[in-house]
Design a protein around this ligand. Structure first.
Ligand SMILES: [Zn+2]
Length: 234
């Protein structure tokens, strides 16, 4: 673009790199502030996107259905983001009804406060039932019903990209493969005990303290988890 200077030049200034960086940072900050975010005075939109998670526990013959509805922020822009707005829990089992309703109202209120709401996942997952938890299909230990609700919220937050799904890195994958091979060699003369269903963990695996799955095997005097790669070796 060419600008024709018609008036007399009375002064000039060279913008330093530092000043330029400051201006850019300011522009980024302004753009950020212009983004839509959840706050208390937000009116509930007519339409929310929802997902329902079914939970089956050995504590009750009836399943629990957890529905989380999201508000979509900055729709149609590159900053489009779903943010949980409310949670409902339904079940034929009315045993825990009043606590479940109270919990869903409090969680929904936290959702609507806005800001970082991901902390709730760890809070809920750390609740232990004094009667002892239970094992789910696949060998995962669930310390309480509240923890199970926390896990459903975590799954949801991962699905909408609010929480990162922690995949195993190359090093962990390698470690797990090595330990598994060692284990199979020791126990079954090199053949995998469950070739047909390779997703299964060995039947004598111990409960892993990190991921709560019965997948930790003892090799060379130390435990390695075949699910999350947690290891006390070395
Ligand atoms: Zn583990």
């Amino acid at each position: 673009m060419t600008i024709k200077i018609e008036k007399k030049i009375t002064g000039f200034k060279v913008i330093s790199a530092e000043e330029k960086a400051k201006q850019q940072a300011q522009a980024v900050e302004e753009a950020k502030n212009a983004l839509e975010r959840v706050h208390e005075d937000m009116e509930r939109p007519e339409f929310l996107m929802g997902s329902t998670y079914k939970i089956k526990t050995p504590m009750s013959e009836h399943a629990l259905y957890i529905t989380i509805n999201d508000i979509v922020l900055n729709l149609g822009t590159e900053h489009e983001q779903r943010h949980p707005y409310e949670i409902f829990i339904n079940s034929k089992n009315m045993d825990h009804f009043q606590w479940v309703v109270a919990l869903t109202r409090v969680i929904s209120a936290v959702f609507r406060k806005g800001g970082d709401i991901t902390f709730m996942v760890e809070e809920l997952k750390a609740v232990f039932d004094p009667k002892g938890g239970y094992f789910k299909k696949g060998g995962k230990f669930m310390p309480s019903l509240v923890a199970e609700i926390g896990e459903a919220i975590e799954t949801h937050m991962k699905m909408i990209g609010l929480l990162e799904s922690e995949g195993l890195d190359e090093h962990q994958q390698k470690l797990i493969a090595e330990k598994r091979a060692q284990y199979d060699a020791a126990k079954n003369g090199g053949k995998s005990a469950n070739d047909a269903k390779s997703g299964d963990f060995p039947p004598d695996a111990q409960l892993c303290g990190k991921c709560n799955v019965k997948a930790a095997i003892l090799m060379d005097g130390c435990y390695t988890c075949l699910n999350c790669g947690d290891s006390k070796c070395g």
